[in-house]
Ligand binder design. Structure first.
Ligand code: TYM
Length: 348
């Protein structure tokens, strides 16, 4: 009798959301919800799922509200969105795993000024400022450390973070080329997008409701430009009803010419876990923007009402218990990888 052994390699999915303020619907649909769906599907198959709080990344800029409360809430958001905790899902705080900072320093000695100067997020965040802290510049290197320490293959993030994933891949490949295969190179961004259900290979970018040329961002002033996860559902519905559209009077998916309408179609698809193409087919050719707005407003407000009820039922203690277990796991895994790297750099 011939026995065939299948060598199944378990992969790792990893993401983090900063805690400078309550997340927007953009954070939610671009990263949090995809992570919840992927986690529920893949952790059940034995993959590792790492959800961490990038508290060190958060201190590069001001914090709205109470830092520790934001931190605990940030874990509650995943649970309220339906994430099922199990032994393959790990929650931890970045600053409670010192290997992140150590690894970042080593990667600093591999990254070049040229590639760091090209980072769009740094350019945007420093534009017009007379002084910018070094953390803003070095942010992507710490992010690479967050990913490479855990050999993560898939990193559910919004499109604005894809450049940082590319940098992470480049740093890993550079180290592997010089020292042998010690780091796992995460998948290309196109594959990341497909893994998140974006069949066209594009990343998710939810637009500002009042200026759909731009991405929805917590730092944009103007209440109506963004929906926050703890917005009163009726208020959120009003924001959708007053979203900027265009004068074509024809519903079609065209992010370039009709970003406002396309954004609404995108929100409708993601929030209901429906393929974008299906939502586009339902609405294509319709002329009444008000009908689409009403539908999206209903979807968003129903979702927020359910989400907020679940959110308020989760206790702080539940979160701290998850963090305690997760931080033991994270320190074990991260220390091992760091040691491998320290050895090839002859620090050990
Ligand atoms: P943060 O907190 O700035 O953003 C959290 C996530 O939300 C996504 N996002 C959006 N997605 C779609 N449309 C939008 N309008 C929108 N706005 C924000 C971001 O792409 C992000 O996925 N650098 C990360 C935090 C981080 C991290 C990591 C993530 C630090 N280390 C390692 C993954 C792996 C960030 O942008 O956080």
């Amino acid at each position: 009798m011939v026995k065939i052994w299948y060598n199944v390699v378990m992969k790792t999915i990893l993401t983090g959301i900063r805690i400078n303020s309550e997340p927007t619907l953009g954070n939610f649909l671009g990263a949090l919800l995809p992570m919840v769906r992927l986690s529920n599907e893949y952790s059940a198959k034995g993959w590792q799922v790492n959800i961490f709080v990038p508290d060190l990344h958060s201190i590069i800029s001001d914090i709205d509200g109470d830092f520790q409360k934001n931190l605990v809430n940030s874990i509650k958001y995943y649970l309220a969105a339906g994430l099922k905790a199990n032994q393959n899902v790990h929650f931890y705080r970045q600053s409670y795993v010192p290997a992140h900072s150590e690894m970042a320093w080593i990667l600093n000695c591999v990254a070049t000024m040229g590639e760091m100067n090209r980072m769009t997020q740094y350019k945007e965040k420093s534009e017009g400022k007379s002084s910018v802290n070094v953390g803003v510049f070095d942010y992507p290197v710490l992010m690479a450390a967050d990913i490479l320490l855990y050999s993560a293959n898939y990193i559910p993030v919004g499109e604005d973070q894809f450049q940082h994933i590319e940098l992470t891949r480049n740093l890993a490949m550079r180290i592997n080329h010089k020292y042998g295969d010690i780091l796992t190179v995460p998948e290309k961004t196109e594959e990341q997008a497909k893994f998140m259900g974006q069949t066209n290979g594009d990343g998710i970018r939810i637009r500002d409701l009042t200026n759909p040329e731009k991405k929805m961002s917590k730092s944009t002033p103007g209440e109506n430009s963004k929906i926050m996860l703890l917005d009163i559902p009726e208020k959120a519905a009003k924001k959708i009803m007053s979203a900027t559209t265009d004068s074509y009077a024809k519903i079609q998916y065209d992010m370039f010419n009709q970003p406002g309408i396309s954004n609404l179609l995108q929100i409708e698809a993601l929030i209901n876990n429906q393929p974008l193409q299906e939502v586009i087919s339902t609405w294509s050719g319709e002329t009444h923007y008000g009908d689409l707005k009403k539908q999206v407003a209903d979807s968003v407000s129903t979702f927020l009402a359910n989400f907020q009820a679940d959110f308020s039922a989760i206790s702080d203690e539940q979160v701290y218990e998850l963090l305690e277990v997760g931080e033991q796991y994270a320190n074990d895994v991260a220390d091992k990888k760091l040691m491998e790297l320290q050895k090839v750099f002859r620090l050990r």
